[in-house]
Ligand binder design. Structure first.
Ligand code: F6P
Length: 353
């Protein structure tokens, strides 16, 4: 009986348990494999620990909570924590007598797992997950859609309170180096300003845009969505009271635009933080997670290795993990159609202006 290991690595996101559920169901029902969860990713390999996963083992009154429960029942660790123990990790895989491994991770964790599978000669298939959406060669990753919806829900709420008090709401979202989350949620949530790491913004540009909204369009409130890693164009700061990272990107912008409006703007800051990583996966994330889990099991059965399940042209396909990693993290291109869409709708999106 084949022993299939499965682990979740890097920051959690909604949909990880849905992948685990699909792998367990398909692996057992179709192939009669033994499926073993590795707790805390590579840490579990080092400690030679496994969690036996069987059909319906987590059911409560017949309900399978893995379908829609956020987080990961296997636990996870962040990249880099165990990398200096490569030999020990490879022995861990051998000692657990694994025949194959499925790893669910973002670009950082998948790079580590790819290195291990090459050196250790493991049979390994990857599944992409990240709320940052910055894994290349796939149109969808597990977790992104739920995070976008969580932010949009917050923007819906903030819009009403902002409009009631004629306020500028600055909403900081995750995304240290890629702005997909801010861009998609900003457009879907009706932001007036979207600031992403790939396109530097200028304080003057934001102030000018806010003045225009008020004077030309009689908009008395505004919503600014800023990615945590957004970059201000050189020499753009006017006030310089509080520099990032000490006070955070949203607070920095708040101080700057307060100054450039001669202290007239009424501004509030919301940092959404890890709220974006939690919650019940959306239907789309559940579909993507389930399709990826099924595909990964079939790839293992077909003897494939070093591949990632990817969503391309409306289908799940296998792509070479080396190719994915050489193009990740995937940034928002300056001419991305959603950047053009935002500009076309009169949203300020930077470019140093
Ligand atoms: O990589 C996903 C991500 O959500 C980033 O956008 C964010 O900067 C980071 O994780 C936060 O990670 P941690 O859980 O270590 O605070």
């Amino acid at each position: 009986q084949k022993r299939l290991g499965i682990l979740t690595s890097g920051g959690d996101c909604p949909g990880l348990n849905t992948v685990i559920r699909a792998v367990v169901s398909h692996g057992i029902l179709t192939y009669d494999w033994k499926v073993l969860g590795i707790p805390y990713a590579t840490k579990g390999l080092l400690e030679r620990k496994t969690i036996p996963l069987s059909l319906h083992s987590f059911d409560l009154r017949g309900i399978d909570p893995l379908l829609n429960m956020g987080g990961t029942i296997l636990g996870s660790i962040n990249k880099g924590d165990t990398l200096n123990q490569i030999d020990e990790l490879i022995c861990g895989y051998r000692d657990l007598e694994l025949d194959a491994l499925i790893g669910i991770g973002g670009d950082g964790s998948l790079a580590i797992l790819n290195k291990l599978q090459i050196i250790g000669n493991w049979q390994f298939i990857a599944i992409p997950k990240t709320i940052d959406n910055d894994v290349a060669l796939t149109d969808r990753v597990v977790g992104f859609d739920t995070a976008v919806n969580t932010i949009v829900d917050s923007l819906n709420r903030l819009t009403f309170t902002a409009a009631s008090h004629d306020r500028v709401m600055i909403v900081e979202v995750m995304g240290r180096s890629a702005g997909h989350l801010a861009l998609c949620a900003g457009i879907a949530g009706g932001a007036d300003v979207i600031l992403i790491p790939e396109i530097p913004y200028s304080i003057k540009g934001i102030c000018k845009h806010l003045a225009e909204l008020r004077d030309k369009w009689e908009r008395r409130f505004a919503i600014i969505v800023v990615a945590e890693g957004a970059k201000v164009a050189d020499d753009s700061s006017l006030y310089k009271s509080c520099q990032t990272p000490n006070c955070g990107m949203a607070q920095y912008i708040a101080d700057e635009i307060h100054h450039c409006s001669n202290n007239k703007l009424d501004i509030r800051v919301s940092v959404l933080g890890h709220i974006q990583r939690g919650g019940i996966p959306t239907a789309l994330d559940r579909l993507v997670a389930t399709a990826f889990g099924k595909a990964a099991v079939d790839l293992i059965a077909a003897g494939e290795s070093g591949k990632m399940a990817a969503w391309r042209d409306g289908q799940v396909k296998a792509v070479a993990l080396d190719d994915v990693l050489s193009q990740s993290p995937l940034h928002v291109a300056k001419n991305h159609y959603l950047v053009e869409t935002a500009s076309a709708l009169g949203i300020y999106i930077g470019n140093g202006r």
